[in-house]
Design a protein around this ligand. Structure first.
Ligand SMILES: Nc1ncnc2c1ncn2[C@@H]1O[C@H](COP(=O)(O)OP(=O)(O)OP(=O)(O)O)[C@@H](O)[C@H]1O
Ligand SMILES: [Mg+2]
Length: 278
């Protein structure tokens, strides 16, 4: 059973608890839970450095990660979005490299597509097609599916999120939050080993955020989640705290997050804008 089917079971929970079909789903879900989860992806960032116009943005990033849920935190301009782009092979570092399960994401673009999908901070940097169906199908086409199969999978993905009616909807007519949701559906539909999320819930309402959080919880993918809100990643396995393009701290989220929060509170009391880069 896929995680999306699992979400279907959760949706049914509130409304059709006595239904026999529901009982069958619960049994299937219980069986699924007994099967071992896939191992987390192995993410290696080795000596990653990147700059623009002579200004360093990332410096000497080292990480060797085998965790299912990874949080990335840091102040505005600390390099979080740049790090995610490098992680996906979308920018070429000046030094160092990124391997996901041994795939060099910069040099093996086809391999990288199966390994990692990214949700950009701004949906307008992501959406390129005029309709929602085409947008969701595009990523699937890139993974090597035929046009027909990609469109069928795109329709199924929209249906799973209760957005079947958006199939032919013009992306430009959706609200910002709705466009963000389309991008997230497109990434989830590709089922990559790693999903990189850059502030995935900014602009989304509370019920949508909760639904997506549950869906991501059930996803077998490894998550790398950039956020300003430590509460959203409180139960994550690992946290990376970036400061000025360097790793200030990384380790178990339970250790790093309280120190990060304390520092942010402290800096908020001081001159909060004094050391913002950019
Ligand atoms: N293309 C670019 N050219 C020049 N400077 C850039 C470029 N992209 C990013 N930067 C700079 O690099 C730094 C890190 O930017 P980045 O977008 O990675 O930060 P961030 O941690 O994601 O911030 P936020 O929390 O505001 O999203 C910033 O100082 C930014 O101005
Ligand atoms: Mg950012």
């Amino acid at each position: 059973m896929s995680f999306a089917t699992g979400l279907g079971a959760r949706n049914l929970l509130g409304t059709r608890a006595r239904d026999t079909e529901f009982q069958a789903l619960v049994t299937a879900a219980a069986q699924t839970m007994q099967s071992p989860a896939p191992a987390p992806a192995h993410i290696e960032m080795r000596g990653l450095s990147y700059g623009r116009d002579g200004v360093p943005i990332l410096t000497g990033i080292e990480a060797d990660l085998r965790h299912r849920r990874i949080a990335v935190l840091g102040r505005n301009g600390s390099g979080k979005s740049t790090l995610l782009r490098a992680l996906c092979g979308l920018i070429e570092p000046d030094a160092g490299d990124v391997l996901i399960d041994g795939v060099d994401v910069l040099r093996d673009r086809k391999g990288a597509l199966r390994k990692i999908g990214i949700l950009f901070q701004n949906p307008d940097h992501q959406i390129i097609f005029p309709t929602v169906g085409e947008e969701v199908a595009f990523g699937l086409r890139q993974t090597g599916l035929s046009k027909r199969e990609a469109h069928a999978r795109a329709r199924a993905a929209l249906d799973r999120f209760g957005r079947a009616a958006w199939q032919d909807r013009a992306t430009a007519t959706l609200s910002q939050g709705q466009r963000h949701l389309v991008c997230l559906i497109a990434v989830l539909a590709m089922e990559p080993a790693v999903i990189a999320l850059d502030e995935p819930f900014s602009g989304l309402d509370i019920p949508t955020t909760r639904g997506l959080t549950r869906m991501l919880e059930q996803s077998p993918a490894t998550l790398v989640h950039v956020t300003h809100d430590p509460r959203l990643v409180a139960d994550y396995d690992h946290a990376i705290w970036l400061s000025g393009g360097r790793v200030a701290e990384q380790g178990p989220a339970g250790d790093v997050l309280p120190r990060f929060e304390a520092r942010m509170a402290q800096e908020g009391e001081a001159d909060a804008f004094a050391d913002l880069p950019g």
